[in-house]
Design a protein around this ligand. Structure first.
Ligand SMILES: NC(=O)C1=CN([C@@H]2O[C@H](COP(=O)(O)OP(=O)(O)OC[C@H]3O[C@@H](n4cnc5c(N)ncnc54)[C@H](O)[C@@H]3O)[C@@H](O)[C@H]2O)C=CC1
Ligand SMILES: O=C([O-])CC(=O)C(=O)O
Length: 336
């Protein structure tokens, strides 16, 4: 069930040596939220994490006390309020950020910019002070703008390393595998597919032509599946009817991505994930493509997979939107 997450079942957890020299400290910023809590649970369940720091502006003492009673090796500490942000991040090797407000029906991800831009800016500034070498995964929306925001803040602080800053788009891949698995009659865990571009509407580019095992859907179904993957976040926002956006599937996807970073830090080879990163693959200066991960973040950007005519059309539609989103993030840091 958890094969994509690579987290241990109880037996694995119990046999894991806590004296491992490969300690990995992970910090979650926004740990008390709809994503933050189940994400922190999945990280606590993993034998790969040895220290788990939970930061939020509310409720972290309770979340940390609760999780700390789970019989796995990770030592859990809660950090509440802005005064404790620096301590939460001190020497973290992986920082995952689901802090900020989610969408309500009728909103776009870009409508979250005004609230969430400042949240990401302040956390990025704290990263520069306390853990400039951390691998950072940004979940907060709008991801397309928040990654440029964090990058500009780190540049200003003189510690920017493009290989270490990731926009987490793993949920798009998880959804693509689920929907294609269902449509093709495959176990979704056997499906792999790159989803490239960004993380909002038309900027999400699923590459069904690169799906493994290969799928042979009629054109109309390829279009319908691609649009469903692009609009899947909105599908959840509508179904939750005012109670927020995807949290549980995002926690699953976020844990998978965070644990891929942890495994890379521990020296595991050939870990490939798509993520939204600084890029020269297209005209957009940030773009998600498959990446080979290593202890220092991106080891190799595997570039643009081969696109068919339909997918080239999706790419063409995505670029102007991505450029606008990126510019908005960069200008925010210049002015604020
Ligand atoms: N990248 C992706 O694929 C996805 C991204 N998201 C985004 O993730 C974000 C969080 O979503 P939810 O967990 O559902 O929201 P939520 O409202 O349930 O939780 C957000 C948490 O962030 C905390 N927070 C707010 N300001 C903060 C600050 N300055 N410092 C630290 N913590 C702060 C809140 O106290 C709250 O606990 C949203 O922006 C949402 O749009 C959601 C789903 C998928
Ligand atoms: O749709 C949203 O607002 C949250 C999100 O990014 C997703 O579920 O993909």
């Amino acid at each position: 069930m958890f094969s994509r997450l690579s987290i241990g079942v109880a037996q694995v957890v119990r046999t894991f040596s806590t004296s491992s020299q490969n300690n990995v400290k992970v910090a979650v910023c926004g740990a008390s939220g709809g994503i933050g809590q189940p994400l922190s649970l999945l990280l606590k369940q993993s034998p790969l994490v040895t220290q788990l720091h939970l930061y939020d502006i509310v409720h972290t003492p309770g979340v940390a006390a609760d999780l700390s009673h789970i019989d796995t090796p990770a030592v859990v500490r809660g950090f509440n309020g802005a005064d404790n942000l620096d301590a939460a991040l001190k020497d973290a090797q992986v920082v995952i950020i689901p802090a900020g407000v989610p969408r309500k029906p009728g909103m776009t991800r870009d409508d979250l910019f005004n609230t969430n831009a400042g949240v990401v800016r302040d956390i990025a500034a704290a990263i520069s002070r306390n853990c400039p070498k951390a691998l950072v995964g940004i979940i907060t929306n709008p991801v397309n703008s928040c990654v440029p925001i964090a990058s500009e803040v780190l540049k200003k602080a003189g510690c920017y390393d493009a290989n270490r800053i990731f926009g987490v788009s793993t949920l798009d891949i998880v959804r693509a595998c689920a929907f294609i698995g269902e449509a093709a009659g495959h176990n979704p865990l056997d499906v792999t597919i790159p989803v490239i571009g960004g993380h909002s509407g038309v900027t999400i580019i699923p590459l069904l032509s690169n799906c493994k095992p290969a799928v042979n859907f009629p054109e109309s179904q390829v279009k319908q599946l691609s649009e469903r993957i692009q609009e899947a976040g909105t599908e959840v926002v509508k179904a939750k009817a005012g109670a927020g956006s995807a949290t549980l599937s995002m926690a699953y996807a976020g844990a998978r991505f965070a644990l891929s970073l942890v495994r890379a830090i521990k020296g595991e080879k050939n870990i490939i994930e798509c993520a939204y990163v600084r890029s020269n693959v297209t005209e957009a200066t940030y773009f998600s493509t498959p990446l080979r991960l290593g202890p220092n973040g991106i080891e190799e950007n595997l570039g643009l997979p081969k696109l068919n005519a339909f997918e080239q059309g999706l790419l063409k539609a995505a670029i102007p939107e991505l450029k606008t989103n990126i510019k908005k993030g960069e200008e925010f840091v210049l002015k604020n």
